[in-house]
Design a protein around this ligand. Structure first.
Ligand code: CP
Length: 310
């Protein structure tokens, strides 16, 4: 019997609290595996996985590929910029052609919200959403929760600040679903123009003053200003954003408390966060990246519904 309630990982919204806890506890086992001298297990040696990236990525793409290789899966990488998508081939035709070559699982990043959900209605293979537009980025939220748990223990009652461009952030939405299911308290902070109306209905509070928000939280997840998704001006200038909402050394040092600083990357250094904070002892940004491999191994392993052999 499958250990997850779902065949696909389309979003955190569709996962139960138990699914999330199963993925996080499995990731802890895989973290131990990837810290051994021999980092590889044969678990998915009979599985072929296609990584379909229709949008740029560094961390997620490399992390999925590494996770798949650590599990001994066969991997094919597809990038839309060098494919027949450029000749007008549809998403469904592209995917069906790849699946015809006996592919078992699809990891997909796509600029359109809902693209992996659409695919799930039309194909048999397991699908993992590696980020769909401004909608969800489930494995990022899972690795964020895993990294928070490593620092803070169980997240029930822990205070998490998510600050920045909430409006355009799939990381924000997936984090909100994930952390609420794990019992954390969440405050969002950013310019009013970058906080979606009615988002309080997801069980979060809003604070427009970054200093008060930082003083409240145990952990601050700072998000990138996504200029590439902003087709209008949401704030006067990057300089003003940095002055009003940026997380800098002065703001962090004035707290006189332990605080965990996170960022999903890529970072706009000097805008939402300064280098002296991103690279400080408070920051677990590179731990997030390391944990991403273990969390993705767990997601792939559980969706493939295999037993651990080594
Ligand atoms: N955090 C994240 O999704 O980074 P990439 O866009 O580089 O994959």
């Amino acid at each position: 019997m499958s250990q997850l309630s779902t065949k696909h990982l389309l979003g955190i919204k569709q996962l139960t609290e138990q699914d999330i806890r199963t993925i996080l506890s499995t990731a802890a086992k895989f973290k131990e595996v990837i810290n051994r001298p021999i980092k590889k297990v044969p678990t998915l040696r009979d599985i072929t996985i296609a990584n379909l990236f229709f949008e740029n990525s560094t961390r997620t793409r490399v992390s999925f590929e590494l996770a798949q290789k650590r599990l001994s899966a066969d991997v094919i990488n597809f990038s839309s910029s060098s494919s027949s998508v450029k000749k007008g081939e549809t998403l469904l035709d592209t995917v069906n052609n790849i699946l015809a070559m006996k592919v078992d699982m699809v990891v997909m990043r796509h600029p359109s919200p809902g693209a992996p959900h659409f695919l799930a209605k039309h194909i048999d293979a397991n699908i993992i959403n590696a980020g769909d537009g401004t909608h969800e980025h489930p494995t990022q939220a899972l690795l964020d929760a895993f990294s928070m748990q490593e620092k803070l223990g169980d997240l029930a009652g822990k205070k998490v600040l998510i600050a920045g461009d909430i409006m355009h952030s799939r990381v924000a939405l997936s984090n909100i679903f994930c952390l609420r299911k794990l019992g954390a308290e969440i405050t969002l902070c950013g310019p009013p123009t970058l906080i979606p109306q009615g988002i309080e209905s997801l069980g979060v509070r809003i604070e427009y003053n970054i200093e008060k928000a930082l003083a409240w939280c145990d952990v601050a997840n700072i998000l990138r200003i996504q200029l590439e998704r902003q087709n209008t001006k949401y704030f006067p200038s990057l300089r003003e954003y940095a002055l009003t909402f940026g997380v800098n050394k002065k703001r962090v040092e004035s707290l006189h408390k332990e605080i965990v600083i996170m960022h999903p990357g890529p970072i706009n250094r000097g805008v939402e966060i300064t280098s002296d904070v991103a690279d400080s002892k408070h920051s677990i940004i590179l731990d997030q990246v390391e944990n991403g491999v273990a969390v993705r191994m767990a997601a792939l392993f559980l969706l493939a519904n295999k037993g651990i052999e080594n």
